[in-house]
Design a protein around this ligand. Structure first.
Ligand SMILES: Cc1cc2nc3c(=O)[nH]c(=O)nc-3n(C[C@H](O)[C@H](O)[C@H](O)COP(=O)(O)O)c2cc1C
Length: 371
């Protein structure tokens, strides 16, 4: 079977979106927004490039949910009118290419940058007073009021995302961020209704997902987990019972998708590991997006040979950063551009951002009106 005949290039319904293939661009923070967390024309150009192959689902970089949960320099946010208007330009451009777009949203919790906290005047918070590593800031323990307000902010973010033209929203409940800090016992030692048991540790995530579903409907809400990651001070001895609980809840909510990160990556570094996510496939019955260390051939095997009974899409992080026409290149078996790690987070810098070239083959097809 050729690559073009693979199930990888068959349509897939993800919530309200119908993709034309199963290659997804996952969230990748690139720090090119303004100092006030407003998306820029540089970002418009970047995302428009990556929407080049029609029917692609793009998930934005993680957006800050509110000023009190800020903490990444030049990351975009989704709480005010200017941010919504700037994102609207980007979603319009992506839609005009025939592609679709979900907004990823997060709170950083104890991972917030202390210099940003000082500059913007917010307090670094967490589930418990446990720093992410020795010597890092000890976060202030969130009160139940803080938790309730934060849940509402995520509900509002979902409404704002729809107003900004997104097809849906994805909650970042992995990669070491606040929501995951509540899920895991290594960072959550609370003795109230938000800690102390599997059920209680799931509560914050579940309440946020419920608030987003109430705001915009389940078919526009997805969630991302990294159960096996030992990134940024996380990593439970046995994550399976905890993640099984929250995956069951995600399934009961009928979310648009669950997005899982394999044990092959730790953040954006490759690691050797053989932990599987099979437990998750059995618990969530909707579409699953998988990310972490994929090549075109691994992705093809996964959807054509390993999980024929599942609706799986495969996300390519670093390769999508370096290849605006990634989907075309994989389909045609073309070589990929190498990514340059040093420009991943280069604040506001066009270099290493919008200058990765399209393939000659893609450009030729586009000139003929075939791409
Ligand atoms: C520069 C960079 C920024 C990232 N930012 C985010 C992010 O904002 N949210 C998120 O969920 N994952 C983020 N990730 C993780 C990617 O979505 C993806 O899971 C990871 O790169 C592994 O996939 P890959 O092996 O295809 O690169 C980031 C990765 C990179 C390389």
């Amino acid at each position: 079977m050729t690559m073009a005949e693979s199930r990888l290039f068959k349509p897939l319904r993800i919530g309200t979106v119908e993709t034309k293939h199963r290659i997804v661009m996952p969230a990748a923070s690139r720090m090119r927004a303004t100092d006030d967390h407003i998306p820029t024309d540089l970002m418009l150009e970047y995302y428009t490039q990556r929407a080049a192959v029609p029917g692609t689902l793009i998930i934005t970089e993680a957006n800050l949910v509110s000023p009190e949960h800020s903490g990444y320099t030049n990351a975009p946010g989704i709480w005010n009118a200017e941010q919504i208007a700037a994102w609207r330009k980007i979603t319009d451009a992506v839609h005009s290419k025939g592609s679709s777009m979900f907004l990823q949203v997060m709170a950083l919790g104890r991972m917030a940058d202390p210099s940003e906290a000082k500059k913007e005047g917010f307090t670094i918070v967490g589930a418990s007073d446990i720093p992410w590593m020795a010597g890092a800031v000890v976060p202030k323990v969130m009160t139940v009021e803080d938790v309730t307000r934060t849940v509402q902010q995520f509900g509002q973010a979902a409404k704002n995302a729809v107003e900004a033209g997104f097809d849906g929203i994805e909650l970042l409940a992995g990669n070491g961020m606040l929501v995951e800090q509540f899920l895991q016992d290594v960072s959550n030692q609370r003795d109230d209704q938000y800690g102390g048991s599997i059920e209680n540790r799931s509560r914050f995530t579940h309440e946020i997902l419920q608030a987003m579903v109430d705001a915009i409907g389940a078919q526009r809400v997805g969630v991302r987990f990294s159960p096996w990651s030992e990134y940024l001070g996380l990593g439970m001895d046995d994550p399976v019972p905890q993640y099984s609980d929250i995956l069951r809840k995600a399934n009961d909510l009928s979310l648009s998708h669950v997005h899982l990160i394999t044990s092959r990556v730790k953040g954006s570094d490759d690691v050797v590991s053989a932990e599987t996510l099979d437990f998750a496939y059995n618990l969530f019955h909707g579409p699953i997006i998988l990310a972490g260390g994929f090549t075109g051939e691994l992705a093809r095997k996964l959807v054509d040979e390993e999980y024929l009974d599942k609706d799986i899409a495969v996300a390519f992080g670093r390769q999508f950063i370096a290849n605006p026409d990634l989907v075309f290149r994989i389909r045609e078996g073309l070589a990929l551009n190498d990514y340059d790690r040093s420009s991943f987070y280069a604040l506001k810098d066009p270099e290493g951002y919008i200058d990765y070239p399209f393939s000659e083959e893609y450009l030729a097809q586009r000139r003929l009106g075939n791409a």
